[in-house]
Design a protein around this ligand. Structure first.
Ligand SMILES: *Cc1c(COP(=O)(O)O)cnc(C)c1O
Length: 239
C-alpha cells in the first residue's frame, strides 16, 4: 500500500467509526446514512484511491476543478454529486458528469438544468439547497433558498423534464440565529424535509453534516453526510 493509500484508509476508517457510533447512539441503522467524500482541491489520483478503498459517492463544488477530474475517473464506479454554487453557464459541463446537483436554489437554474438533462437524455437527481441564515424568504450568503421558498422551487423541479426531486441539502450557517447551533440547524432541516415529503413523498434525501459536525447531522436524521477534510486532509484555503 502506498503512503497516501494508507493515510486515506486510516482516515476513512475513523470517519466510518464516527458515523457508526453516531448511528448507534441515535438508534439508527448504519445503512440509513451514506458517506459522500468531498474531493474538491484534491487530485484525481486520490479519487482513484478512494474508489479502491470502497468509496462510491464523491462530491465537488467547482466545475473547473471537477470536470477534468470526473473525466479522468470516468472508468470508476462512482456517483458524482455537485455541491457548490452553480452558475447557469456551467450547467452544460456539470450535467456531463454529475449524477446529483445538491445546490439547486433558484428557478433559473432549474430551467437550465432541465434543458440540459433533456438534451443529453439524462435524469438528474436534484436537492434543494436550503439557506438557514437568510430568514424565511431571503437567499443565503453562500447560496441556498430560504425555507419559505422551498415549496415553490420544489414544484418547479418536480415538474421539470429530466429532473428528479430527491430532497434537501444544507450547510450549517456561520451567521444568523443558527450560528454555532449545528444540531438545531439540522433539526430545522429535518422539519422542512418532513413538510416537503407531504407533497413530494419520494424526496427523501437529507444531506447535512461535514467533517466537524457529522455527528449532529446523523443525530438529527440526515441520510447523507458530506465529508472532505476528515478524509483527505485540511485543504489550503481556497476550496
Ligand atoms: C467542502 C464542502 C464540504 C466538506 O467540508 P469538510 O469540512 O472538508 O468536511 C461539504 N459540503 C460542501 C457544500 C462543501 O463545499
Amino acid at each position: 500500500m502506498t503512503d497516501r493509500k494508507g493515510e486515506l484508509a486510516a482516515n476513512l476508517a475513523k470517519v466510518e467509526r464516527r458515523i457508526a457510533d453516531a448511528c448507534a447512539a441515535a438508534g439508527r441503522a448504519r445503512d440509513e446514512v451514506t458517506l459522500i467524500v468531498v474531493t474538491k482541491t484534491y487530485p484525481a489520483s486520490d479519487v482513484r484511491i478512494l474508489a479502491e478503498l470502497g468509496v462510491r459517492h464523491v462530491a465537488e463544488n467547482r466545475d473547473q476543478d471537477a470536470a477534468p477530474k470526473a473525466e479522468a475517473c470516468s472508468d470508476l464506479p462512482l456517483t458524482w454529486h455537485f455541491v457548490g454554487q452553480l452558475q447557469t453557464n456551467k450547467v452544460r459541463s456539470v450535467v456531463g458528469y454529475a449524477d446529483f446537483v445538491q445546490s439547486v436554489d433558484r428557478s433559473k437554474l432549474v430551467t437550465a438544468l432541465s434543458k440540459e438533462a433533456v438534451r443529453t437524455g439524462r435524469e438528474l437527481g436534484c436537492l434543494l439547497q436550503v439557506a438557514l441564515d437568510a430568514g424565511e424568504s431571503g437567499r443565503g450568503e453562500r447560496g441556498g433558498v430560504g425555507p419559505g421558498g422551498i415549496g415553490e422551487l420544489a414544484g418547479l423541479v418536480a415538474g421539470a423534464p429530466g429532473l428528479r426531486l430527491d430532497g434537501l441539502m444544507t450547510v450549517a450557517p456561520l451567521t444568523g440565529e443558527y450560528a454555532g447551533r449545528e444540531r438545531a440547524a439540522f433539526e430545522r432541516l429535518m422539519d422542512l424535509s418532513t413538510d416537503l415529503r407531504r407533497s413530494h413523498p419520494a424526496a427523501t434525501m437529507v444531506s447535512a453534516g461535514m467533517s466537524t459536525d457529522l455527528e449532529q447531522a446523523v443525530t438529527a436524521g440526515a441520510t447523507h453526510v458530506r465529508v472532505g477534510s476528515a478524509v483527505l486532509g485540511v485543504r489550503p484555503r481556497l476550496g
